[in-house]
Design a protein around this ligand. Structure first.
Ligand SMILES: *[C@@H]1O[C@H](CO)[C@@H](O)[C@H](O)[C@H]1NC(C)=O
Length: 159
């Protein structure tokens, strides 16, 4: 009788565990990014970011934005969107963006939905840098020039 009870408890435990596992698996799928834009304001270090993200587990697209300082108006890179600086109208989504200050660097965009981090590498050719005035090191424009819509298909589970 005792053995039977433990078996039942064990099975009940398994049954309780499986929906959670299923949910985790369902939430990993391509994340669809649309209307992605990132650019430094002219004669300013401030960079504006915006995009929409649709993903399994989200009800409709979430809209995400950030405005951050790249340092100075002559920056040849886009500002770092550190953890917590990227805003979204859905609390299930967080994101970060980083581009090295080294000339000709690409960037990295991470979008986390319900604890599952999606990774996207942005190649250097997708970021345009314009040195408008050879004599003025403070007059540079930087903007994302890649596709506005893309899929994120690489994931990392975060705890
Ligand atoms: C994105 O995540 C990867 C892997 O965890 C990490 O190496 C990279 O620095 C992250 N990039 C950003 C912009 O947070």
């Amino acid at each position: 009788m005792k053995t039977f009870s433990s078996a039942v408890l064990f099975l009940a435990g398994l049954a309780a565990a499986s929906p959670v596992q299923q949910q985790t698996r369902q939430s990993v799928g391509p994340y669809q990014i649309a209307e992605f834009s990132a650019s430094k304001r002219h004669n300013s270090g401030y960079c504006d970011f915006a995009f929409d993200v649709s993903a399994p587990g989200l009800e409709g697209a979430a809209h995400c934005t950030a405005s951050l300082d790249a340092g100075f108006s002559g920056a040849t890179w886009l500002a770092n969107v550190y953890e917590g600086a990227g805003k979204c109208d859905d609390s299930a989504v967080t994101w970060t963006f980083f581009q090295s200050h080294a000339e000709g660097s690409g960037a990295s965009l991470n979008v986390t939905v319900n604890g599952v981090k999606g990774l996207r590498d942005i190649p250097p050719e997708d970021i345009s840098v314009r040195l408008n005035d050879e004599a003025n090191p403070f007059d540079n424009d930087v903007a994302y020039a890649g596709p506005k819509a893309f899929e994120i298909t690489e994931f990392e589970e975060t705890e």
